[in-house]
Write a new protein. Structure first.
Length: 607
């Protein structure tokens, strides 16, 4: 009620004060104090200092110089299919006080509002505005409210909106300041690819930013962090800054740490600088025809035997056998197959058992299934003298429980047990054990938008479910080759959707792996970048092998962009990675069917 009456009373109050000033000079100071109490307390509401003070979801906000309502800058918010381009800031206020929130807006759907008021949260909006128009709303804070969040946002998938000259007028709260510089920064345990850091807490800090070599590495909420994706036997310098709603402190004094020599870090260190990975249909036949191990060309550096399959979905018991003669009349004998594997290994090639595939769902939902997996996979590796393991879990093999929202600390049994099983195999076979993974984009890059089935709108709980597995095993992982095919459009770090079949898709998907990304828009949960030598691009070898076949010319454009920063097209990468490991394809058999087009192009590109 008072909020609606206050505008009518305000002019009478001003008039009364003015009259008092004319008759009592001693009231001048009181009138000036009353007027000074109400001020614009929004920070950088004109966006003249970039996005300072503002936080925009999924990188959706930017500052433009045209169009502007006043000054030299304005906010541009670009919604996407699953992001409304919300930009917000938290402002210190006084309890039980009235405030007026205003902004000039134009463009697509645009909302202006305040939350956390302690009374009734408010918002106002306009469907579209061809030119600048003003939105205004008012609210009163609750009796114990000391801060509110003000925001603008658009609507999902609609055109960009603009906001400028945003103000929040009312009495200011207690003075705020950026936190002090963190102290006590020290390095803890190191591996060949990671360094653990810790520091003392800072009063008034709500978060911390870790820097590596003066460049931002990650944001965390606590007083410790592990920086990953580093190179073996390399010295790194680290600093940390404390942050709160006002801003960031200066950087702390640097601490230096040197990573361990290579030896963990995934094994397979004797792979060539650029490797070609392929799947060999050893246990089944399809339209591509059977290819004997001895007939696999020397182009292939890693040969994944497809597939070891479970005796049941939940047993964890994995079996492998050669294709039956009835299906594959030209299949070699077991003895010939083993001899051909040894010959490949003598030539420097790696031969792995691949577990899963589209029809081989494996759910390690119990510790008994986990132990059966370790035992049965070990038997296959030992019997055929193999170099390691490829994980090709698809379907519902990995699916997150509701509430499992932090990839760094998974709780879902099928995820936890898989990580444990692979670590056990790695420990058993040692540093030379080769570990590769071939998830679909759905299980990895889709984690940029969704992770699990919890607060992101009931999305498929498989979305991003490989992320905790990759993260937990990144120091053991030789190669990750995500299947950039059989996929719908996926949003890249540019907040645009990219469709399979062209260079742009592979550039965007690979850039995410090599840059890192916030999971489901949560900047406190950033999936760290992988080392480029751990990453290969997964592609179908022919149009028959999978949706999303990419021509050799487009493959080469993708490689040029990622390794040389040329031919990048519309997507601009966040770095250049000349040590990108190479390419993976499904499959060797389909490449043979297609006259070896895929492998010949790889050989020609890398010489």
């Amino acid at each position: 009620m008072e909020r609606t009456r206050r505008p009518a009373l305000y002019p009478r109050l001003v008039a009364a004060l003015a009259a008092a000033v004319l008759t009592a000079g001693g009231l001048v100071a009181a009138a000036q104090t009353a007027r000074a109490a109400d001020a614009d307390i929004a920070r950088n509401g004109g966006f003249e200092s970039g996005l300072t003070g503002w936080s925009c979801t999924a990188g959706s906000g930017s500052v433009v110089t045209t169009p502007v309502h006043g000054g030299g800058g304005a906010l541009k918010g670009t919604p996407a299919g699953n992001d409304n381009a919300k930009c917000s800031q938290t402002v210190t206020v006084k309890p039980d006080s009235a405030y007026t929130l205003s902004s000039w807006v134009r463009g697509g759907y645009v909302y202006l509002g305040a939350s956390g008021t302690g009374t009734t949260d408010v918002s106002t909006w306009t469907q579209s505005a061809a030119d600048w128009q003003k939105l205004t709303t008012t609210f009163r804070t609750g009796p114990s409210t000391t801060s509110v969040t003000i925001y603008t946002h658009g609507w999902y998938g609609t055109p960009a909106y603009y906001a400028d000259d945003l103000t929040l007028v009312g009495p200011g709260g207690a003075p705020e300041q950026a936190p002090a510089v963190p102290t006590g920064l020290k390095a803890g345990s190191v591996t060949s690819t990671s360094v653990a850091l810790s520091w003392a807490p800072v009063t008034g800090a709500t978060g911390y930013t870790v820097y590596r070599g003066g460049v931002k590495a990650l944001d965390v909420s606590g007083t410790s962090a592990t920086v990953t994706g580093l190179s073996p036997a390399t010295a790194y310098s680290f600093q940390v800054a404390a942050t709160n709603a006002v801003g960031a402190s200066a950087l702390s004094p640097a601490v230096t740490a040197t990573t361990a020599p290579s030896g963990g870090g995934g094994g397979g260190g004797d792979l060539p600088a650029h490797a070609l990975v392929g799947y060999l249909h050893s246990s089944f036949a399809n339209g591509s025809g059977y290819t004997r191990m001895a007939d696999v060309p020397a182009s292939w550096d890693v040969i994944n035997l497809a597939f070891g399959e479970p005796t049941s979905v939940t047993s964890g018991d994995i079996r492998f056998s050669l294709c039956p003669v009835a299906e594959c009349p030209n299949v070699e004998s077991v003895a010939e197959f083993k001899a051909a594997i040894k010959a490949k290994q003598a030539a420097g090639k790696k031969v792995l058992i691949s577990i899963g595939g589209a029809n081989g769902q494996v759910q390690l939902s119990t510790t008994a299934a986990r132990d059966a997996f370790v035992s049965s996979v070990s038997k296959i590796i030992d019997e055929y003298g193999l170099d390691g393991l490829d994980i090709d879990f698809e379907g519902h093999s990995l699916s997150l429980n509701t509430g499992d929202t932090d990839f760094r600390n998974p709780t879902t049994p099928v995820v936890v047990n898989l990580i444990s099983a692979i670590k056990t195999l790695k420990a058993k076979y040692g540093a030379d054990f080769v570990l590769t993974m071939a998830p679909e984009t759905f299980f990895v890059q889709l984690g940029y938008q969704f992770y699990g089935s919890g607060p992101w709108g009931g999305q498929d709980p498989r979305a991003g479910s490989y992320l905790p597995v990759i993260h937990a095993l990144r120091d053991d992982l030789t190669l990750l080759h995500v299947q950039d095919y059989n996929s719908g459009p996926i949003m890249g770090l540019d907040n645009q959707y990219h469709s399979m079949g062209g260079a742009d898709f592979h550039i965007a998907m690979t850039d995410m792996l090599l840059t890192g990304f916030p999971v489901a828009g949560d900047t406190t949960k950033v999936f760290p970048a992988l080392r480029p030598e751990q990453v290969a691009i997964g592609l179908p070898a022919s149009t028959q092998a999978g949706n999303g076949h990419t021509s050799p010319a487009e493959v080469n454009k993708a490689l040029n962009c990622l390794t040389k920063k040329t031919d990048c097209g519309s997507y601009q990468t966040h770095g250049t990675w000349p040590t990108l490991r190479g390419l993976m394809t499904w499959s060797i058999n389909w490449d043979r069917f297609n006259q070896w087009e895929f492998s010949k192009n790889f050989d020609a590109y890398f010489g």
